[in-house]
Design a protein around this ligand. Structure first.
Ligand SMILES: Cc1ncc(COP(=O)(O)O)c(C=O)c1O
Length: 403
């Protein structure tokens, strides 16, 4: 097949490593291999029963037809109420668009605003899709490496240094995938102060992990509550995937300035149309019902985090801080670099380390290289504590075999 049939824009991007890992895991399982999968990017809980029942009821009521492109009014009202109640943000249903997952909202937002020559600041470690989405929209991702000493936080100095006249967006995700990094209100204030000096920079706020936070630290105010002057250049992106364990339902949303929402609506009208009617009905119930299950889920993630951090720090060559949120750990694995496997291969990168741990240990992890800061790996805690304990035992055993 001629490679020139595929557009330059598509030839610039690569498949999502987490989706590739999921495919590889399924393949290894088919081959009968015993693999502990710590590469999972979704809650291991089931969608709560009352939400599933709402979907069933919607089907029975005949809510099986096209919805408005921007989503049903009921869902946009539920999202507006959620943004008011949980985030202190005042958006009307007309300021909101429902999308097929938060990923779709991010992609469409970039599609309608980014052109060749535009720069998009992506703090690293980053969620793997951001840079490739920017490339797919002909833009230039500007990767800003954040340091482990700063808990992988974007500092105001690093933000200031990355901004140029060509900067279009800052992509800001917190709690962050893959590091679980959280920010205090004061830290967000300091970033907002930088942004105020650069009116050309818009903010793509990816709040998808907002409810998965550990410890007693108060939830910070939303950056738009801290600095309302940023509202006209901020797009708030969120969804029901992580909070309500609804990854397969594919409901996300964006709230923001009228011109961006209108352009996203137009793009969606000529591409995907509205999201699934049944999923939208389920999302209305999710957002309009008290999430009584959530504190228990978060406590479970936190216990797993504590177990995993303790076990990883007992393994020579690894170092792992306890993240403030989301459901991933991002341990440093620099102590494995330069060591030799029993087969005589030298581990030269976190990619090699992750391949070795899969082949010798039967543990699936994702290499930090894919997330923009090496040598680290991403380990998911969205799986049972027994799996986490067994995974860490296998990692320890495989590491002990390195010369
Ligand atoms: C940071 C971040 N944003 C967005 C998404 C996508 O969410 P959705 O499943 O709603 O498309 C993910 C999923 O892994 C994520 O980690």
């Amino acid at each position: 097949m001629s490679s020139t049939r595929i557009s330059a824009r598509m030839r610039r991007i690569k498949p999502s490593p987490s989706s590739a890992a999921a495919d590889r895991f399924a393949e290894l399982r088919r081959q009968g291999k015993d693999i502990i999968n710590l590469a999972i990017g979704e809650p291991d809980f089931d969608t709560p029963a009352h939400i599933r029942q709402a979907a069933g009821a919607a089907i029975e009521r005949g809510e099986t037809r096209y919805t408005p492109v921007a989503g049903t009014l009921a869902l946009r009202q539920a999202i507006a109420a959620k943004l008011q109640r949980e985030n202190g943000l005042d958006y009307a249903p007309r300021d909101i668009i429902v999308t097929c997952g938060a990923k779709h909202a991010l992609f469409n937002a970039l599609s309608v605003t980014v052109e060749a020559g535009h720069e998009v600041i992506v703090p690293a470690p980053f969620w793997v899709s951001y840079p490739d989405m920017v490339l797919a929209c002909d833009g230039t991702p500007v990767i800003v490496a954040c340091r482990e000493e700063d808990d992988f936080r974007l500092t105001p100095q690093a933000l200031e240094a990355a901004i140029t006249p060509a900067t279009r967006w800052l992509v800001f995700n917190s709690p962050t995938n893959p590091t679980g990094t959280t920010y205090t209100t004061a830290q967000l204030r300091a970033l907002a102060d930088v942004l105020l000096r650069h009116p050309q920079v818009m903010v793509l706020a990816d709040d998808i992990y907002e409810h998965i936070r550990f410890g007693d630290a108060p939830k910070p105010q939303h950056v738009l509550v801290i600095e309302p002057a940023l509202r006209e250049r901020t797009l708030v992106v969120n969804g029901v995937s992580k909070t309500y364990a609804m990854t397969g339902w594919r409901i996300g949303y964006a709230a923001g300035p009228a011109d961006i929402i209108a352009a996203m609506d137009m793009l969606q009208s000529q591409s995907t149309s509205g999201a699934s009617s049944v999923s939208q009905a389920a999302a209305v119930t999710a957002l309009n019902t008290e999430a009584g299950f959530l504190p228990g889920w978060v406590a479970t993630y936190e216990q797993r985090r504590d177990t995993a951090v303790r076990l990883l720090n007992q393994i020579p060559g690894l170092r792992c801080a306890a993240p403030g949120g989301a459901f991933y750990l991002y341990p440093w694995c620099g102590g494995l670099i330069g060591r030799r496997t029993p087969q005589g291969k030298v581990i030269e990168s976190d990619v090699d380390a992750v391949i070795y741990l899969l082949e010798a240990g039967g543990v699936m992890l994702l290499a930090g290289t894919a997330y923009g800061v090496a040598p680290y790996f991403r380990m998911s805690i969205a799986t049972g504590v027994e799996q986490i304990e067994e995974g860490c035992r296998r990692i320890a055993q495989a590491v002990a075999q390195l010369a």
